[in-house]
Design a protein around this ligand. Structure first.
Ligand SMILES: *Cc1c(COP(=O)(O)O)cnc(C)c1O
Length: 435
């Protein structure tokens, strides 16, 4: 597999290098240089394949000879070991449930695939690998679970203090062993900026073997394209044009959908659904991209003011607004709308969406109201509602069930280190920890 930097098409690396570097030295993002289109027969016969077969075929097409097929099969089978079912609410609306993994959010797909590929290439290395990851909530839990007790790899998770849900915090701070949680006095954007700066810092890179696990890493993105095929497979017998509505923050999930579509998946349209952090919907309607500091909302995993994957979206479309707005529509919603619609969907369909999925639902309804085209909309349900238990119970005025594996966490003690959002302090912490 060959990848280039979005800042410099001449900067080329292979999959292994992109996996460990996370982002190119020129501060761009890695993109696959050859997005091979899957054979027509594969797309037409998707229903004959298991999710793991599909995942293997897509991964093998992208990664190529760099991981021998038999090894890649093992990686896929260990990483993608839970389902991604589509639940139909009605004939125009499906929910792609991406929360059946260990941390109950879609990020398990990316985190597990990345942990498997890193540990595959890390065999035989002497120096410990340090993974830095900034999280607005769900990344950290998935990465912690994915890398837990992986030999030769330690994981340092940065999260914004007081801005993740109590259960999310437990997922970050209770594992121990090779997993460390840093509670940063700042926003998610501050956490992300610290991590980005660490990768560009000469001192740190001279002393530590650093890697990232954020959605900027191509190994997170690749497995997120698998479930677009898997969703399509489950509804293809309905013979309707498919629209995906993607609740978005850093836009990794949406970008993975764009990759699937470039690889031949027949998607009619994509919907970029956001909360009040609406720089991408604003771009799609006005042509002007104005990143700004994030604001806090109910759907906290989407509180991103400067989405890192926007550069990849621009790269895919050659920065031409006219083309991108033909393929993607953007809509943004407030917390008030989120709460109201959460209750409405619960009453009308007896289906419990979480505060992120409901933004996808709202955006799909708005799209369907403005387009005359018949379609089946599939909303990516990015997390299990129980992850946001306090908000859910306040909104619904009743208690909700907590899955066993989450309930058990509540009794474990939180262990974290509080740090200011200051690079020098963070740098010293990393260097001292290592001595
Ligand atoms: C991370 C996350 C998102 C946003 O996904 P991006 O790929 O960053 O756009 C949405 N919902 C939930 C629950 C998440 O954890």
């Amino acid at each position: 597999m060959q990848l280039y930097s979005t800042n410099n098409p001449a900067l080329r690396v292979n999959f292994r290098e992109a996996l460990f570097q996370g982002l190119p030295s020129d501060n761009g993002l890695f993109m696959p240089s050859d997005l091979s289109v899957l054979p027509d027969s594969f797309i037409r016969n998707l229903s004959r394949f298991s999710f793991q077969d599909i995942a293997f075929t897509v991964a093998h097409t992208l990664i190529g000879a760099e991981i021998p097929a038999s090894d890649l099969r093992g990686i896929v089978e260990r990483a993608i070991n839970f389902p991604a079912p589509v639940v139909l609410l009605d004939e125009h609306t499906g929910i792609l449930e991406l929360f059946h993994g260990p941390s109950l959010a879609f990020k398990d797909f990316g985190a597990r695939f990345m942990a498997e590929t890193m540990s595959y290439f890390n065999r035989g290395e002497d120096q410990e690998l340090t993974i830095l990851v900034a999280t607005s909530g769900d990344t950290g839990g998935a990465v912690a679970a994915g890398f837990y007790r992986t030999p030769g790899i330690r994981v340092i998770i940065l999260y914004p203090s007081g801005k993740v849900s109590p259960l999310q915090e437990k997922q970050l701070t209770t594992l121990g062993h090779n997993i460390t949680a840093l509670e940063i006095e700042g926003t998610f954007d501050d956490c992300q900026a610290l991590v980005k700066k660490a990768f560009l810092d000469a001192d740190l890179n001279a002393r530590l073997r650093l890697s990232s696990a954020n959605s900027i890493n191509i190994a997170r993105l690749i497995p997120q394209s698998f479930y677009y095929f898997e969703a399509f497979k489950q509804v293809s017998h309905l013979n309707k044009p498919i629209v995906f509505s993607v609740p978005s923050g850093n836009f990794g999930n949406l970008t993975a959908g764009l990759l699937a579509s470039r690889m031949g998946l027949p998607v009619q349209h994509f919907i970029a659904a956001t909360n009040a952090n609406d720089v991408v919907p604003k771009y799609l309607t006005s042509g002007e991209y104005r990143p700004r500091p994030s604001v806090r909302t109910l759907s906290n995993a989407m509180d991103v003011g400067a989405p890192s994957n926007f550069a990849r979206m621009m790269d895919l479309y050659g920065s031409t607004w006219n083309t991108i707005k033909n393929d993607i529509s953007g809509f943004a919603f407030s917390d008030v709308e989120t709460e109201k619609t959460l209750r409405a969907v619960d009453q009308q369909y007896h289906y419990l969406l979480d505060p992120h999925g409901v933004i996808g639902y709202l955006a799909l309804r708005q799209y369907q109201a403005t387009t005359k085209k018949e379609c089946l909309g599939i909303i990516l349900e990015t997390a299990h509602p129980a992850k946001f238990r306090e908000d859910m119970e306040r909104i619904l005025h009743r208690t909700i069930d907590i899955p066993e594996r989450l309930a058990e966490l509540q009794h474990r003690p939180k262990v974290s280190t509080i740090l200011p959002a200051d690079f020098d302090t963070f740098q010293s912490y990393l260097l001292e920890e290592n001595t």
